[in-house]
Design a protein around this ligand. Structure first.
Ligand code: XMP
Length: 319
């Protein structure tokens, strides 16, 4: 009989057989796939696993600390946190083009990951959170966005400098199975059922040039939106929801003064496969609360809009 507990047992046995007493390295992003991979490997081989978590400065509010709390403090997983905000933001300075930003973020990620990986001696294995749909996807096309997306998450294949063997314990599983074994391994529901978050993170949710000031505003706006969605019990009824930073100034009035401040767009969609999507019919009351909170609590924002575009032709992300 197929149960999450059985899958975990089988996977643990297979991992032990495969890697023996050798050391394994994993790029932990905080996303579902890499998190479940980390939990599974930790159960199978404990201290033989070291994770490298690259904080690129483009994560959501408190996300870096949450990843460290969950894996390092709660579970006792060895995690090296690479705080690289300055490096990423420095390289993104003045860059407007979305694909160029993606490339910079992806390449910098690999570089930082490699650098920290090199500190671990005698490592023989690289673990990846590849799941079955990724296997099909990359077999179907070696080019195109799907590949670009996963190539970022999956560390772009083996680093040239290290000849590591690959261990991919989720390779035969679908997303819902991955989530269920995540729960089985003790990961919290809200983490296992979290909305997808793109590899380049807030880098593609700040339109045009990425600046620290913009990222800070966006992080707070996004956190308010998600907090209110959770409070209204609508987070798990939407497929993906987030805020977008628009670097344009729109007028607002404070007292008798006209003030020009930035605009935040809210995006929430319902979708099965992320190839097509319908904008989520969120209640007006919720949107009103979110808008009021963002404008009142965050200096620098004077206006909030709700994105009512479907995919196609609009994409889910704004860049
Ligand atoms: P779009 O915007 O193409 O998004 O409708 C479809 C899904 O893919 C995610 N996405 C990305 N994920 N790197 C990623 O890892 C990327 O560059 C990227 N661009 C879009 C998006 O969040 C949505 O879930």
């Amino acid at each position: 009989l197929w149960t999450p507990a059985r899958i975990v047992d089988d996977a643990v046995r297979q991992i032990r057989e495969q890697v023996g007493s050798e050391k394994v390295l994993l790029g932990l992003s905080g996303g579902v796939d890499s998190s479940v991979t980390a939990a599974l490997l930790h159960r199978a081989i404990g201290d033989q696993l070291t994770c490298v978590f690259v904080d690129n400065g483009l994560l959501r509010l408190h996300e870096g600390d949450q990843v460290m709390d969950m894996f390092a403090r709660n579970m006792g997983v060895k995690v090296i946190r690479a705080d690289s905000e300055d490096l990423f933001l420095g390289r993104l300075k003045g860059v407007q083009d979305p694909e160029e930003k993606r490339k910079i973020i992806g390449n910098t990620f690999i570089e930082v990951f490699d650098e920290h990986a090199a500190e671990i001696t005698d490592v023989n294995w690289l673990a990846q959170g590849t799941i079955y749909p990724d296997v099909i996807e990359s077999a179907a096309s070696k080019t195109g966005k799907a590949h670009v997306i996963k190539s970022h998450h999956n560390v772009g294949g083996l680093p040239e400098t290290m000849k590591l063997k690959l261990v991919e314990p989720l390779r035969e599983l679908f997303k819902d199975e991955v989530r269920r074994i995540g729960l089985e391994l003790g990961l919290p529901y809200d983490m296992v059922y979290r909305h997808p978050f793109p590899g380049p993170g807030l880098g593609v949710r700040i339109l045009g040039e990425v600046r620290k000031e913009y990222a800070e505003i966006l992080r707070r706006a996004d956190a308010i939106f998600l907090e209110e969605l959770h409070r209204a019990d609508l987070y798990h009824k939407t497929s993906q929801a987030f805020a977008v930073f628009l670097p344009v100034k729109s007028v607002g009035v404070v007292g008798d003064q006209r003030r020009y401040e930035y605009v935040i767009a809210l995006r929430a969609v319902e979708t099965i496969d992320f190839m097509t999507a319908r904008w989520a019919r969120l209640p007006y009351e919720l949107l009103e609360t979110v808008s009021n909170r963002i404008i009142n609590e965050i200096t620098g924002v004077s206006r909030v809009t709700y994105d009512i575009s479907s995919k196609p032709p609009a994409t889910i992300e704004w860049e």
